[in-house]
Structures are given as C-alpha cells and as structure tokens.
Design a protein around this ligand. Structure first.
Ligand code: UT7
Length: 355
C-alpha cells in the first residue's frame, strides 16, 4: 500500500499589529469602500520591526506540533518567498529553534502557491520512505516589500504563518491527503515580481548599478542595477486576477477528476485568499456553493504562502470543519504557479490564529 500523508496537527499565527483600511486611507489615495468591495479585505496584520518570517514560522509550527500532540519530526519544509536572508534557507533555523534536532529542513519558493507545493513535496518524501513525520509551514512577511506609494499592493497583503504536521499513514484514514495537481507558466513571470535582490539585479558597492542608464549593465541580462525600490513587489493585478481564476478553477477540476471526487462531494474549499471576487468566481466555475468557500482574507488580507493553513486554522478553531468532511485546497501565485490538494478532515484540535 502507498504510504499516504495524513494530517495530524495544524496551527497558525498573525503578528499582533492590525492595519485597517482606515489607516491605509490616511496615507494612500484609497478608501475603505473601494478596498472592501474590490477585494473583500477590511484589515490585515503587519509584522513590526525586528520580526522576521522565521519568527512567525516558529510560532505557527509550535502550535501545529502542539495540535499533533508532540512527537518526533524528521523533516521541515518552509514555503516562503520572503525568507529571513537570501542565504541560508530559513527552514534550518526554524527547525533548530523548535528543537527538532539535526533533521532535513529546506525552503520552497513558489510565492502564493508555495504551501500546496510544500505539501506535495512532503507527500513525496513520505511516500518514498524518506520521512515519517513532516512539519510543513507557509510563512511570509510581504509588508516590508510593499512600495508605500503603490495602493494596489499595499491594500492587499498581510503577514502571517500557518503549519501542518503530516505523518505516514494509509489512504482510508481521516486526515489522508487524497492527491495533488501542480502547474506553472514562467512566460508570465513579470506579472508579479520583486525585481531586485537576486542575481539579475546586481548590487554595486557605490550603489550605481546601472552604468549606462539602460538597466543592462553588461548587455547580458534582462534588468540591471539595484536600488531600494527594486526590492518592492510589483503586480499587474487585473491580469493576475484573470489567470488566478482560470488556473485555480482548472487545477481543482483536474484534481477532482484524478481522485474521483465530484464538486458535490466537497464540503469546504480552502483557496488561496487573494481576493473574495476570485474565490467566488472559482466556486462558480466549479459549481460549488459560495457558502462552502472559507473566507479569512476579510480579517488578514492576502498572506501569500500562509493563507491556506491560516484559513483552515481559523475555520477549525471556530468549529466549522468536522471530521470526515472533504476539503479542497487550491492556490495560485507569482511564477506563475498554481496547485491543488484534497483531504478528508481529521479529528484535530487547534487554537485560534491570534491566540
Ligand atoms: O496572491 C496572488 C497574486 N495576487 C492576486 O491574486 C491579486 C489579484 N488581483 C486583484 O485582486 C485585483 O486586480 C486588485 C485588487 C489588485 C485590483 O482590483 P481591480 O478591480 O482589478 O482594479 P483595477 O486594477 O482594474 O483598477 C480599477 C480602478 C482603477 O482606476 P481607473 O483607471 O478606473 O480610474 C485603479 O486605478 O481602481 C483604481 N484602484 C484603486 N482605487 C482605490 C486600484 N487600486 C486602488 C485602490 N484604491 N487601492
């Protein structure tokens, strides 16, 4: 029998500072009505100075491990596109702070689709006998990468972390992950991008970076130079919106076909929380009632790789998820990247995301 990943622990957190639409309206040309009606978001949490992605990841993972009742872990995978440093990966430090011992720990960088990719990686490691129990974390701090002048991105993103503990088990157990669908299309990589901070935008000791002013310092690259603004996230929102709807809808449908579930079997959809209009449109495409779609973004915004485990933790903490119910997860983000996963809900206890 194939060793199947089974969900045994779940936890999440958001940093304490709340930024509501009113606060953003005071410094940007936007207002509460626009943000609420166009995105569904009323507030989000932003990490304060001194708090890094790894810090959020540690708290979420601690809560997930508590929910799982403790026990040994032999792998930790962290989905993030906002690591503590370009090098090393953030995951080994998280594992060390959790006292997990000398285990395999690594980051996966797949933007807002990262958590589903990390889950699929964990599932592969369990199926191959590489790992018995895996902590999978999604954590991002985008607030430090938001251009303070850009009202499109500033109103959307929030910071947070969510985590699951998976163990090797059997496909008929509650909590078993039933399957995955993953995809990507790098031809649209510019739709959501942080231009600087990587090897395409080389740092110069004097900060010059663009010797001939063309942005092509050696004629070899796509973009040259680096400055503070290059490290802000840029997003072509309308185009991303269209791709997100199409890809999450298609990926979910592919997955359901692959595992033999129909839309009417789905009790809850835990989709990446980017925009409530995206979530409702995807539900419509799949023929699933909107009331079956978990909504958490109204209180936390788009938390990128953290959004699916955050939404699930919020729903579980409020008693909305019952053991045996069927849950569809689907995510989409920069890359472009997307993915879906499905599971039957296990009997687990969780604490609230902000507890
Ligand atoms: O996490 C994965 C990656 N991200 C996403 O999935 C995000 C997907 N995209 C979206 O959620 C939406 O496209 C946005 C929320 C980013 C933008 O909403 P939209 O309805 O697509 O707005 P738009 O870009 O079509 O702009 C409509 C109008 C424009 O004004 P004009 O040209 O019609 O006068 C914008 O300038 O709304 C204006 N606008 C704003 N107005 C007030 C754009 N942002 C704002 C704002 N406040 N924050």
């Amino acid at each position: 029998m194939i060793r199947t990943p089974v969900l045994v622990g779940l936890g999440a957190m958001v940093p304490p500072r709340v930024v509501d639409n009113e606060e953003l309206s005071q410094r940007l040309d936007t207002d509460d009505h626009w943000i609420r009606t166009r995105t569904g978001i009323t507030r989000r949490h932003w990490a304060g100075p001194g708090t890094a992605t790894g810090d959020l990841a540690v708290t979420a993972a601690e809560r997930a491990l508590r929910s799982a009742g403790g026990g040994p872990v032999d792998m930790l995978i962290l989905a993030t596109s906002t690591p503590d440093h370009p090098m090393p990966a953030t995951a080994p430090g998280v594992a060390a702070r959790l006292g997990l011992g000398p285990i395999a720990a690594f980051d996966v960088s797949v933007a807002c689709a990262g958590f589903v990719y990390a889950l699929a990686t964990a599932a592969g490691a369990i199926a191959a006998g590489i790992a018995e129990r895996v902590v999978v974390v999604g954590a991002d701090i985008w607030s430090t990468r938001l251009n303070p002048q850009d009202r499109t991105t500033a109103v959307i993103f929030g910071d947070g972390a969510g985590a699951m503990v998976l163990r090797a088990g059997a496909p008929d157990e509650p909590g078993a992950l039933a399957g995955f669908d993953l995809g990507g299309d790098g031809t649209f990589k510019d739709l959501a991008l942080v231009p600087g901070g990587g090897s395409r935008g080389r740092s110069e000791p004097d900060g010059a970076g663009k010797p001939d002013g063309t942005g092509e310092p050696d004629g070899m690259g796509e973009a040259g130079g680096i400055g503070e603004a290059d490290e802000y996230v840029t997003m072509r929102g309308k185009e991303i919106f269209t791709h997100a709807v199409h890809r999450m809808g298609e990926s979910s449908a592919q997955l359901l076909k692959k595992i033999g579930w129909s839309a009417s079997d789905i009790d809850w959809v835990a989709a990446h929380q980017a925009n409530v209009r995206i979530l409702h449109t995807v539900a419509g495409l799949l023929g699933i009632d909107r009331a079956r779609v978990l909504i958490h973004l109204d209180r936390v915004g788009n938390t990128s790789a953290a959004s699916i485990p955050l939404a699930l933790t919020d729903a579980a903490a409020h008693g909305r998820l019952a053991p045996g119910q069927r849950v569809l997860m689907t995510a989409f983000g920069g890359g472009l990247s997307w993915g879906s996963a499905a599971l039957t809900w296990p009997p687990i206890q969780v604490s609230d995301v902000a507890a």
